[in-house]
Design a protein around this ligand. Structure first.
Ligand code: AHR
Length: 512
């Protein structure tokens, strides 16, 4: 009777289901050689909807508690994530952005129309100084997306000078005039964005020439080293990658790639919160397809760059659903459920595996846009399930990736097979091993036997993210629907570890 009571309690606590599958993972702790680039856990903030205005920046005079204009609740939540890099100001916005409109006294800054996103008026009150100061507060690397589509070489060259020049140069003096004596450091410089589309509708040959030209004049001032990133392909556009590798080669340090878990670019993208099991399975399948896409782009890069000098940067990824009913058209504001948490978990597990070539990834976007970490509404803020995944996975940043093999059953949807279990493992500088696991099966728990040859482990601690249902989400009024909890269902033996992962759950384990 007591046993039955305990079992019922456990089932209730983590929604353990009556069915259990068995999986096996072998982790080769002695074979790790590649460090997981912490930039894989990067973020993206565009002048789009309420990402910047309202989401990050409220201005010094706002009744919303803020530090120099940045809202405190969002700052604190982002500090907790230890975000390594922040991409700005777009996206499509970047190729219509003229940086000189966003410097100097705010009341004097000219306005513009944000043609890409809702046709609203942009008052330029958040500009270069505001962005670089934000990165300093967050302790992250800035990643600047330069305007190639509608800008000039001179404009981009001067932006780099304004930010990084230390000497008595015209742009450095302009920066000083605007209250910033010391230059900032700028490493990541994107030369255009989606230059095949909103960034100028160019051909890859034409863009290759433009990249060579623009990047020539983006100088390295006073010891600042630039990591120049070419605007890359979307999804399956292998010809774009091939052309750039051929014509630009290692003149670029990085080549970007965009991949959205999205149903298509015309028509309905599906509701963020109302979906059935088949749509859920479709989502899982579309999400893991990124592995195939990444592998194929890497294979092309390998042909031209066997030494892997050029990095692949997935600087836009994540889910893209229909915008929340009633939200401003073109603002791409969407809710975020347990399904989105799985997309984050599965994708990050994949990026960790390809860290030798994947040097950075930036989920779209950090606040209030697409697969956001954080949602805000006036003074209210809520952390999404995706935020919690990033927080659980941050232990992988800068750790050594440990190769692993997974044997698990699969879920099938429309002839596409997706493994029930996804995993990643790493060893950090202190020697601690971290394993992240996801069981996407909505009905079956997974008893996972983890083989850890040649490893002495004496203690395990764990965190679980799960929910009553895959469409569960946090709201401003109930922010605790999908939150991490302590996970204890682990058993250590001489050869390894057995973990029972409940259905629809994501786990992070620390091994001592
Ligand atoms: O992230 C939203 C948009 O998606 C970006 O502005 C653009 O680069 C992409 O098409």
């Amino acid at each position: 009777m007591k046993k039955l009571f305990l079992a019922t309690m456990l089932l209730g606590l983590f929604n353990l289901s009556a069915q259990t599958g068995t999986s096996k993972i072998t982790i080769h702790a002695d074979q790790g050689k590649n460090v997981i680039n912490k930039e894989i856990y990067g973020q993206f903030a565009e002048h789009l909807g309420t990402c910047i205005y309202g989401g990050i920046w409220v201005g010094e005079n706002s009744p919303i508690p803020n530090t120099k204009g940045y809202r405190n609740d969002v700052l604190n939540a982002l500090k907790e994530l230890q975000i390594p890099v922040l991409r700005w100001p777009g996206g499509c916005f970047a190729d219509e952005y003229h940086w000189m409109d966003g410097i100097g006294p705010r009341e004097k800054r000219p306005k513009m129309v944000n043609n890409n996103w809702g046709g609203v008026v942009e008052d330029n009150s958040f500009g270069t100084n505001e962005f670089f100061n934000l990165c300093e507060i967050l302790g992250c690397e800035p990643y600047l997306s330069g305007n190639v589509g509608s800008g000039t070489v001179e404009e981009l060259a001067k932006w780099v000078e304004y930010i990084t020049s230390e000497g008595d140069s015209p742009m450095a003096n302009l920066r000083r005039q605007n209250g910033r004596e010391k230059p900032w450091k700028l490493k990541y410089l994107g030369v255009g964005n989606e230059s095949w589309g909103c960034g100028g509708s160019m051909t890859p040959d034409y863009y290759s020439d433009l990249f060579r030209r623009y990047s020539t004049y983006c100088r390295e001032y006073d010891g600042n080293k630039l990591y120049k990133i070419a605007s890359g392909a979307s999804d399956y556009d292998f010809n774009w990658t091939e052309t750039l590798m051929k014509h630009v080669g290692d003149r670029m340090k990085g080549l970007s790639l965009h991949y959205y878990t999205c149903k298509g670019w015309s028509g309905s993208k599906g509701s963020a919160t109302k979906f059935d099991k088949s749509e859920y399975l479709w989502t899982m399948g579309k999400c893991v397809e990124i592995e195939d896409v990444v592998k194929k782009h890497i294979a092309i890069m390998d042909k031209y760059d066997a030494k892997r000098k050029v990095g692949l940067l997935v600087d836009e990824w994540g889910t893209w659903w229909d915008q929340e009913p009633g939200s401003h058209p073109g603002f791409l504001y969407q809710q975020n459920t347990m399904r989105d948490a799985f997309v984050a978990a599965l994708t990050l597990n994949i990026f960790n595996k390809y860290t030798e070539r994947v040097k950075m990834a930036n989920i779209a976007q950090v606040v209030n846009v697409l697969q956001a970490m954080i949602l805000t509404n006036d003074s209210k803020m809520v952390l999404t399930p995706t935020y919690h995944v990033f927080n659980m996975y941050k232990v992988h940043m800068g750790a050594t990736n440990l190769p692993l093999e997974i044997q698990s059953d699969s879920l099938v949807y429309n002839n596409r097979k997706v493994a029930s279990v996804s995993a990643s493992a790493s060893k950090d500088a202190k020697g601690l091993i971290h394993i992240t696991l996801a069981n996407i099966d909505t009905d079956k728990d997974q008893k996972i036997v983890i083989d850890l040859p040649n490893l002495n482990v004496s203690k395990v601690s764990g965190t679980i993210l799960t929910a009553k249902s895959i469409d569960s989400y946090n709201t401003f009024d109930n922010s605790k629907v999908v939150v991490p909890a302590v996970f204890k269902d682990t058993k250590l033996s001489k050869t390894g570890l057995t973990v029972t992962v409940p259905a629809k759950a994501i786990i992070s384990l620390e091994l001592f």
